[in-house]
Ligand binder design. Structure first.
Ligand code: ADP
Ligand code: MG
Length: 345
């Protein structure tokens, strides 16, 4: 699949880093960027040793590149594409980490009641959102594809690996792999003794430790109606994964209608339930990533019900009519910065 230079790419979350005020004298920011997993990656760490710092960030990018090679559907011989090629035929063995991500994705399929579905690949391909092939599929194409999207048809065998039950089915880990990659970057930074860092994998943010001045990180939540970098509210958290899914990230517009990249597996169409962005805050990015996609599709009521059932998970939901819904643990951690949005209680 040809990848289009993504003009719509947005860094969803704007970071407020006070580099000057109160920083320890010795620690300086070191930053580096890359393009992988179909998105822009940026890692900033605060360190006393610039050369070491650069090396550690490079190590993170190398790790993410290994993950991409195994899990991307845009890499021909990735482990995921091997499963896809053998759909309806045979089991395929995969590495322990691909297995871990597949199992997590299956788990989120269960707990979201199928809103998160790792076999959404057939729809992703049909709509082509974010590629040169984007288009509105016909009703009969959608009806046909619906037969090939069901996470329960991914069979697991301890010894032999994974097999999709029907030929034509397609796994796509676009809704979860970046989360896993962010967790791996966090692990590498931490094991190298880094105490203050911000990992940003195309909007999957992970704040490591506190700000270099010891303060809690303040993270701006993108205003879904405004250009990138305009925030509608601020959250304050340290050492947390923060992931946003929004309809403004990847989309095309036809006949005044916006078609975006978060597909409701039950209908085959981009999810339309009034939500325009969901942000999840929790301890691991893999969970935040899968849940941001899940809650987006579940809608406000079911989405909040799911989040309240989970420990240490918080969310912010923004709807088209500028209402903001918060999970119970968010109420004192989120501040509106634009009064045209209204918090619903
Ligand atoms: P982004 O990748 O832009 O950060 P998301 O985390 O919400 O946004 O993931 C969207 C991606 O997840 C899509 O591009 C597609 O690859 C995949 N996806 C789309 N719909 C679903 C779904 N219902 N369940 C699981 N994955 C999905
Ligand atoms: Mg996601």
């Amino acid at each position: 699949m040809t990848k289009k230079v993504n003009l719509y790419f947005c860094v969803i979350i704007l970071l407020f880093v006070s580099l000057l005020s109160g920083c320890s004298k010795k620690k300086e920011p070191v930053t580096d960027s890359a393009y992988m997993l179909g998105t822009h990656l940026n890692i900033t760490i605060w360190t006393e040793n610039e050369d070491e710092g650069k090396k550690v960030i490079k190590e993170c990018f190398k790790r993410i590149s290994e993950i991409e090679k195994k899990m991307s559907v845009n890499i021909k011989d990735s482990e995921i594409n091997n499963i896809n090629k053998n759909a309806g035929k045979e089991f395929v063995k995969v590495s322990a980490e691909t297995s871990k991500v597949l199992n997590k994705a299956l788990k989120y399929g269960e707990i979201s009641n199928g809103a998160f579905d790792l076999t959404v690949g057939k729809f992703v391909k049909l709509w082509g959102i974010g590629t040169y092939n984007e288009r509105i599929p016909s009703k009969s194409e959608i009806d046909d594809a619906l037969k090939y999207v069901d996470y329960k048809l991914l069979k697991k065998d301890e010894k032999n690996g994974y097999k999709l039950d029907k030929e034509g089915m397609r796994i796509d880990l676009g809704g979860i792999a970046k989360g896993y990659a962010a967790d791996e970057a966090y692990r590498i930074l931490k094991s190298n003794g880094i105490e203050n860092a911000v990992i940003n994998l195309g909007g999957n943010i992970f704040t490591l430790g506190t700000r270099p001045d010891g303060e809690i990180w303040k993270i701006g939540i993108q205003d879904p109606f405004e250009p990138t970098g305009t925030y509608m509210g601020i959250v304050q958290f340290s050492d947390k994964a923060i992931v946003t899914s929004g309809n403004y990230e990847r989309f095309f517009i036809k006949n005044n209608k916006r078609y975006h990249h978060i597909i409701d597996p039950k209908t085959g169409y981009p999810s339309e339930n009034g939500i325009i962005s969901t942000t999840i805050i929790t301890n691991h990015s893999i969970d935040a990533d899968a849940l941001s996609t899940s809650v987006y599709i579940l809608g406000v009521k079911k989405g909040l019900d799911l989040i309240e059932k989970l420990d240490d998970v918080e969310c912010i939901i923004v709807t088209k009519n500028r209402k903001v819904y918060l999970s119970s643990g968010m109420k004192d951690k989120f501040k509106i910065k634009n009064n045209s949005f209204q918090i619903e209680n």
